[in-house]
Write a protein that binds this ligand. Structure first.
Ligand code: URP
Ligand code: ZN
Ligand code: ZN
Length: 470
């Protein structure tokens, strides 16, 4: 099957050119001057549209047990929502159950995805429990299976949080195995004290979720992780950075030439303390960690993504129902499951408020949402670019069409949307995964099962076409 995507503006990190893109089977066969390619099975007219590399979301939580419940989007609903949002590949977190081997955790997560995949996916391994003579040695084997990043939670005391010994030993392992270390950087011990104090004082509303997780707790943990990773000689990626206190140590480390990268997430540019303070428990919709910050941080984050202090924007999609899941914490904010939906809205929101508002260029948007995640997480050049030989993961994006974001029309199973009522101009109109049309005319036209697990390359290495497995 061959497809010609005709006459669109093909956007990369460095340029934007009017060109035709020839897709042959699963890959891009040619990118050429308009009108120079012919003889194809199907033509997609992209005149007036952007032709973008499929989005890559490096941070999602599908079908994940968390906070006394399970995230509401499984692989099928989460990835369907991703496809409608122009994301064609994501990297999800496997959580090692306490006491379990990594092999058992991998099997469990792959079984959950089996037959449901709408887009391509890889896995990070969230380490919760390391033992000499067992999981410590097993951890070293994961990169050879294409799981080339280790995640550590420095928060969620009593649940996912690890101590500094586990953090440091994982970093030492990564320095030997070619894995990238990822951290959720908040000081979980300090937060635990502040949460207990708030509850003792009778402060149970969602707002106290934010007030008991101050920016200093994020800044301290970010700096600690950076210093420990430097000591261990491991590359470090700080997930969901929200505030100046965390941006500054990342900027310092990068200035010094250390192997440190950071991401932020769509919601941290748009949600704030005003949202989590909403009455009638509506604030619970905005309970995620690190928490919403005051609005002064929005510009800090835009500057950071513009200047490459932060190198990627993810969604941290961790969707729950407000009615039935968030309400578990009606009388105690610490029982509200942490997380929110967002997989579907990243491209539209960043295009509207980043590109159209002239905070970042179109090229930088492609870099932040696709090319950099591909490079950092061992998917490039197979993914993250429109180039000959790369997977034909392509979004034909109409920059003129206007829509209003709403839970009434999104594809997540969540009963709310963090950006409800926001009008955006720019819609992923046609979405292709490895040459197959996934979304067209507002419909999902491919069946679950079309997506694949991608064995990712080790940190700093390239993923060659033959290294992708079914
Ligand atoms: O609140 C959040 N972010 N939930 C998902 C788990 C995590 O910390 O990334
Ligand atoms: Zn986190
Ligand atoms: Zn997360």
């Amino acid at each position: 099957m061959s497809i010609l995507i005709k006459g669109g503006t093909v956007v990369s990190v460095t340029g934007a050119v009017t060109a035709d893109v020839l897709v042959d089977g699963e890959v891009i066969a040619a990118v050429a001057a308009p009108g120079t390619l012919s003889e194809v099975d199907e033509v997609i007219d992209a005149t007036g549209k952007y032709v973008l590399p499929g989005g890559i979301d490096p941070h999602t939580h599908l079908d994940m047990p968390f906070g006394g419940t399970v995230t509401i989007d499984d692989v099928e609903s989460g990835q369907t929502s991703a496809a409608f949002g122009g994301t064609t590949c994501h990297v999800d977190f496997i959580i090692q159950p306490q006491g379990a081997t990594f092999a058992a955790a991998v099997d469990e997560w792959k079984a959950k995805a089996n037959g449901k995949q709408v887009i391509d996916m890889g896995y990070h391994m969230a380490v919760t429990d390391l033992k000499d003579g067992g999981t410590l040695e097993e951890l070293a084997t994961l990169p050879d299976e294409g799981i080339t990043s280790y995640k550590l939670f420095m928060a969620y005391k009593g649940a996912l949080m690890v101590d500094d010994e586990t953090l440091f030993r994982t970093m030492e392992t990564a320095s030997q195995t070619g894995a990238l270390v990822m951290v959720h950087a908040e000081n979980g011990d300090v937060i635990d004290v502040l949460v207990k104090q708030a509850l003792e004082a009778g402060n149970t509303d969602p707002l106290y979720h934010a007030l008991t997780r101050p920016p200093e707790a994020e800044g301290e943990a970010t700096n600690r992780a950076i210093q420990l990773a430097h000591l261990a000689d491991a590359p470090l990626y700080v997930v969901h950075v929200t505030c100046r206190e965390a941006v500054e140590p990342i900027a310092r480390a990068r200035d010094a030439g250390w192997d440190v990268w950071g991401e932020t997430c769509t919601q941290y540019f748009f949600n704030s303390l005003d949202d989590i303070a909403k009455p009638n428990f509506e604030g619970a919709k905005y309970v995620y960690s690190p928490p919403v910050r005051d609005q002064s941080n929005w510009d800090v984050l835009w500057n950071a993504v513009r200047t490459d202090v932060l190198s990627a924007i993810s969604t941290d999609h961790c969707a729950f129902l407000w009615d039935g899941q968030k309400t578990m914490g009606k009388d105690d904010f610490s029982k509200i499951p942490n997380g929110g939906p967002g997989l579907e809205n990243r491209l539209q929101m960043i295009h509207e408020f980043g590109v159209r508002a002239r905070r970042i260029s179109l090229n930088r948007m492609v870099e932040l949402l696709s090319t950099n995640p591909a490079k950092l997480f061992g998917l490039y050049p197979r993914k993250g670019t429109i180039a000959v030989g790369s997977d034909a993961d392509i979004v034909v994006f109409d920059p003129e069409q206007t829509v209003t974001i709403s839970a009434a029309t999104h594809h997540s199973k969540s009963d709310y949307n963090l950006f409800e009522g926001t009008e955006v101009t720019g819609v992923p109109e046609v979405v292709l995964l490895r040459g197959q049309v996934l979304v067209e005319d507002g419909e999902l036209v491919a069946s679950p099962g079309v997506g694949q697990f991608v064995a990712r390359a080790k940190f700093g290495e390239e993923l060659k076409p033959e290294e992708v497995t079914a």
